[in-house]
Design a protein around this ligand. Structure first.
Ligand SMILES: [Mg+2]
Length: 408
């Protein structure tokens, strides 16, 4: 059975909130973001977009294109609050809500027609409910698959709704440029264009062998997406509450340096997973199982946990490693350790602190550039590729990774 997926996306989210709250900004080109030399546009109102201003553009360039633009520093906490209200509205329609960012989500309406009515009516009702709750505009795309729903909401902007029915999908996609397929960035797009593939119709009709030559294994997936075949389901996201990694040593370890090095490996790994999931942690937890059994059975080893709250939420492995090292020192161990774990908890979404990112201090910028490069290496070659030299002998026996999810 065909599914019914709704993609909801707020229009110029941050900028619209500012225009709502500050009437003097309405009808004016508003840029949310840093205005200094280093600043970057986080959001642009539709009035500003008419000048070619878009998010991620350097603020200097935005100012050049529209000297009259009003720059607003922005208030990420306020945007996160609005996001919560919007998602609460989404969940009135179905529990199957998959958030993609603060202002964007997929809703699976499959099977809810009998309860809620035809999909387009649900879409109109959702748009009205969001407006009622927040006085903000949301655009909606409805389609049998995720990718098409997302393209539809984009084409419906601003403040619109577009439904693409099952039998309309192929004709809807056919004339669109190949860059509309998820994952086809400028490089792949240029390669496809050079080979004569301009539209999704070209891709849908391509010989599989030809696409394989151009894109490798990924070619087949691109061809199915361009035909509107996208089997991914809506995955409701539950807030994780903690990330951790631990290992049991092959033999108990008493050497403080070696323990600290192991903690550092875990810290880097936990940080990497947080970054991948767009999260930061306020609290670092060190877990130790001591080597001398107190009572029989696996639970007989004394367990020690120590935690430390960081001055700022972080996703930096070196910061977690330092915290773990100082917790280790404070534990003043009198006996060797059987198991060592490092956890990160008290999590916040990384984008909730994004305002700091507009113009972060140089050290933070350097760190996050380095972290991004390490993440790419780890994705390509596996996490061991980025273990630093002094950590090379850290024990990884009986390693366990954990993500604890909160209850629904
Ligand atoms: Mg949006």
């Amino acid at each position: 059975m065909a599914r019914t997926i709704l993609h909801a996306d707020m229009d110029a989210f941050y900028a619209s909130i500012e225009q709502r709250d500050r009437p003097e900004l309405r009808g004016r080109p508003v840029v949310v973001g840093g205005s200094s030399d280093r600043g970057v546009v986080a959001a642009a109102s539709y009035e500003a977009r008419r000048f070619g201003i878009h998010s991620a553009m350097p603020s200097v360039e935005a100012r050049r294109r529209c000297p009259g633009a009003v720059f607003v520093r922005g208030d990420m906490q306020k945007y996160a609050r609005e996001s919560k209200r919007i998602f609460a509205v989404f969940r009135r329609f179905t529990p199957a809500v998959e958030g993609l960012s603060l202002d964007e989500a997929f809703l699976d309406l499959t099977g809810s027609q009998r309860l809620l009515g035809p999909p387009a009516e649900v879409g109109h009702a959702l748009r009205a409910a969001v407006r009622e709750e927040t006085r903000l505009a949301v655009s909606v795309g409805i389609a049998p698959v995720k990718m098409v729903a997302k393209i539809a909401s984009d084409l419906a902007k601003p403040d619109g709704l577009l439904e693409v029915r099952n039998h309309e999908v192929r004709a809807f996609l056919a004339p669109l440029p190949v860059g509309r397929v998820w994952g086809v960035g400028p490089v792949a797009q240029a390669r496809l264009a050079a080979a004569g593939f301009e539209t999704l119709a070209d891709l849908a009709a391509a010989e599989p062998a030809r696409l394989w030559e151009l894109l490798g294994d990924w070619g087949a997936a691109v061809a199915s997406l361009s035909r509107g075949e996208d089997l991914r389901e809506v995955e409701p996201w539950r807030e994780p509450v903690s990330y951790s990694e631990e290992n049991t040593f092959a033999e108990d370890v008493g050497d403080a340096e070696r323990l600290a090095a192991t903690a550092r490996v875990h810290a880097e790994s936990v940080a990497r997973r947080l970054r991948r999931d767009g999260l930061r942690a306020r609290t670092v937890v060190l877990k130790l199982k001591l080597g001398r059994r107190r009572s029989p059975g696996a639970r007989g080893y004394p367990l020690l946990t120590r935690q430390l709250t960081l001055p700022e939420p972080s996703d930096d492995g070196a910061t977690f490693g330092e915290a773990a090292r100082s917790l280790l020192a404070r534990a003043a161990l009198a006996q060797p350790v059987r198991l060592l774990g490092v956890g990160a908890t008290n999590l916040v979404r990384a984008d909730a602190g994004q305002l700091g990112l507009f113009e972060p201090p140089a050290e933070t910028r350097r760190r996050s550039r380095l972290n991004r490069a390490l993440d790419e290496l780890a994705d390509r070659f596996g996490p061991r590729a980025v273990v630093r030299a002094e950590e090379g002998d850290a024990e990884r026996a009986a390693l366990s990774l954990q993500i604890k999810r909160g209850e629904d």
